[in-house]
Design a protein around this ligand. Structure first.
Ligand code: PRP
Ligand code: URA
Length: 220
């Protein structure tokens, strides 16, 4: 089975069976918090393996006890991981594990519950981004696209040009908006859902990711 499907120039769908089984548990309304977190961790790991396969490495030589071999040095110091708070934090751990030298810029954005428009709450200003660094945005949910476009806007303002986006469920509307806003972006996701409801939640989606992962919200 192929683990990846190219949907468009910008979008790749992760069809890995372990990731898709994890997604099914994430979607399931009867999944406990423990099951949700475990499924998140699996999905995040496979997403991280896929997205980081596109991080560059430079050739080197390594001396072994018996000779010299060709090797590679990972250029993870040229990467900035950007979890969009809160839910983006759910994806961070495996990216940190695979890219230990990457910088981490947290961006705090929440949707206003009545308008679904993004509201910034952290930071006041991003540090300047120099040297053509690659940004990997982390957010499991892409609904209207307002939050991630706002994060991209802040990052572009700080000098960023190269963007990847690791995501669990995207709406078609959100994908269209992000790709139009940032034509060079590469997005890896586990699912593309067709609709948003009146509250701008993804349907069928999985509900509120941040609340289900953190054990907060009305159902807690
Ligand atoms: C969720 C999600 C995205 C955003 C997606 O965050 O994690 O950041 O909504 O919606 P959009 O594409 O319409 O902007 P939320 O604002 O619920 O905050 P949380 O992560 O703190 O739960
Ligand atoms: N944020 C979520 O957590 N879920 C959605 O469906 C939309 C935004």
């Amino acid at each position: 089975m192929e683990d990846l499907m190219q949907v468009s120039q910008n979008v790749q769908l992760l069809t890995h069976p372990v990731a898709q089984a994890a997604l099914t548990i994430l979607r399931d309304v009867t999944s406990s918090r423990t099951e949700f977190v475990r499924a998140n961790n699996l999905a995040a790991l496979i997403l991280a393996l896929e997205v980081t396969s596109q991080v560059r490495a430079s050739p080197t030589k390594v001396v072994t006890p018996l000779g010299t071999a060709d090797g590679r040095i990972l250029l993870d110091d040229r990467v900035i991981l950007v979890p969009i708070l809160r839910a983006g934090m759910a994806l961070l751990d495996p990216f940190r594990l695979l890219l230990p030298r990457a910088q981490i810029y947290h961006i705090g954005i929440r949707r206003d519950e009545s308008t679904a428009l993004p509201e910034r709450y952290y930071p006041k200003d991003l540090p300047q981004i120099v040297g053509g660094k690659t940004i990997i945005l982390l957010d499991p949910m892409l609904a209207t696209g307002g939050s991630v476009c706002d994060a991209i806007d802040q990052l572009k303002g700080a000098g960023a040009e190269h963007f990847f986006f690791a995501n669990v469920i995207a709406s078609q509307e959100g994908l269209n908006k992000v790709c139009e806003y940032t034509p060079q972006i590469k997005i890896v996701t586990l699912a593309i859902d067709a609709e948003l409801n009146d509250q701008k939640y993804i349907v069928p989606g999985l509900g509120d990711y941040g609340d289900r992962f953190n054990g907060t919200g009305a159902a807690a």
